[in-house]
Design a protein around this ligand. Sequence first.
Ligand SMILES: Cc1cn([C@H]2C[C@H](O)[C@@H](COP(=O)(O)OP(=O)(O)O[C@H]3O[C@@H](C)C(=O)[C@@H](O)[C@H]3O)O2)c(=O)[nH]c1=O
Length: 182
Amino acid sequence: MKVFNTPINECIVIEPKVFFDERGYFFESFNERVFEEKTGLNVRFIQDNQSKSSKGVLRGLHYQRGKYQQAKLVRVLQGEVLDVVLDLRKDSSTYGKHFTQVLSDENFTQVYIPRGCAHGFIVKSETAIFSYKCDNVYNKESEGGIIYNDPSLGIDWEYDLNEVIVSDKDKDLPLFINALPI
Ligand SMILES: Cc1cn([C@H]2C[C@H](O)[C@@H](COP(=O)(O)OP(=O)(O)O[C@H]3O[C@@H](C)C(=O)[C@@H](O)[C@H]3O)O2)c(=O)[nH]c1=O
């Protein structure tokens, strides 16, 4: 497993070691000991989530607030997405900055998203199955979000934004400047 820093503090890209043979492939998608050793992070993941989306579906940008903040370890089981992380930590030198990463069933790449960051993704393939671990439980009342097309963020989703499929909830999210505190 290889670990790479990103332009966002404590946000890490992980490339697992994949073993290919005549049957297909095998890899450890998460190993607590190796994760701790390579990242230096001590995170206890307690919830796993999975979603399936069609091409053009954009989910985000989402975060949970207060005592329900979540760190996430995200990856794609099938298909390809562009993943986006936005730093909302006012005390972070990368506050307001974002980072994008292609995640697919071919690159096996994972992104570790620290607490205090918003997260979203857009599906580039016909469908995509997205899977992620969280270090805190879901809490509806603690949800926060930022509108994906906020011009002040300048996120290049590498997709025609007139064609995206967004939930009603996500269409109503505020601009970054009006976002609820983390
Ligand atoms: C996130 C979540 C949702 N739900 C429910 C609430 C709702 O009825 C249904 C769908 O929820 P949403 O529309 O919020 O799902 P979705 O838009 O996929 O939300 C997710 O987006 C990505 C980008 C993230 O980073 C995740 O943390 C999460 O916020 O599932 C849970 O029961 N547990 C959970 O952990």
